[in-house]
Design a protein around this ligand. Sequence first.
Ligand SMILES: C[S@@+](CC[C@H](N)C(=O)[O-])C[C@H]1O[C@@H](n2cnc3c(N)ncnc32)[C@H](O)[C@@H]1O
Length: 196
Amino acid sequence: MTGDAEYWDSQAATFDEQPDHGLRDPQVREAWRRLLLAHLPPAPAAVADIGCGTGSLSVLLAAAGYTVTGLDTAPAMIRAARAKAAAARVSARFVTSDAASPALPEGSFNVVLSRHVLWAMPNVDEALAAWVRLLQPGGTLLLIEGRWHTGAGVAASWAQEAVLRIGRPASITPLDDPVLWGGVVTDERYLLVSHD
Ligand SMILES: C[S@@+](CC[C@H](N)C(=O)[O-])C[C@H]1O[C@@H](n2cnc3c(N)ncnc32)[C@H](O)[C@@H]1O
């Protein structure tokens, strides 16, 4: 596991080369747009994208009319996210902060979204509790995670138990459609939805 900002800074320049990271292929981008919009309240709901990386999902949702705040610990990721939003001519706010104690106002988001970040948090229960505190009553927590062939990541059952431990419901949907990933995947990838 790594929540090391220097490590992630070193990944920023090449991060978008993975199809699901950069969403450069219109088919991949559209698959993510459809997946997320199926679970989000209507725009312009407020979305916090925790561990936003280069901002691909933040920009996708901002382009769909959402009020997006992306947060990441790695300054190079935040710079890339801001550049991506500018290139797409969308408005989104990006904040450099530790997701363990996010520098965002509590109770102010309709949705907290986080893709491929939970696995890197040293204290998962505390991180989840902090993320849920960002939500308005009735808000939705969306986690996209996996247990990848590299051995990194967290299993769906493990993530589900962690969300249940903080007193929230949690339902799991496998994400095995190749179009999301730019090819066939054989490891475990999933969406966890927690809606009060
Ligand atoms: C695998 S990348 C995922 C990026 C983005 N969510 C996506 O799906 O394209 C993990 C991201 O989490 C960020 N991250 C890791 N630990 C973090 C922490 N403690 N606080 C904030 N961001 C963190 C990294 O800087 C990196 O951008």
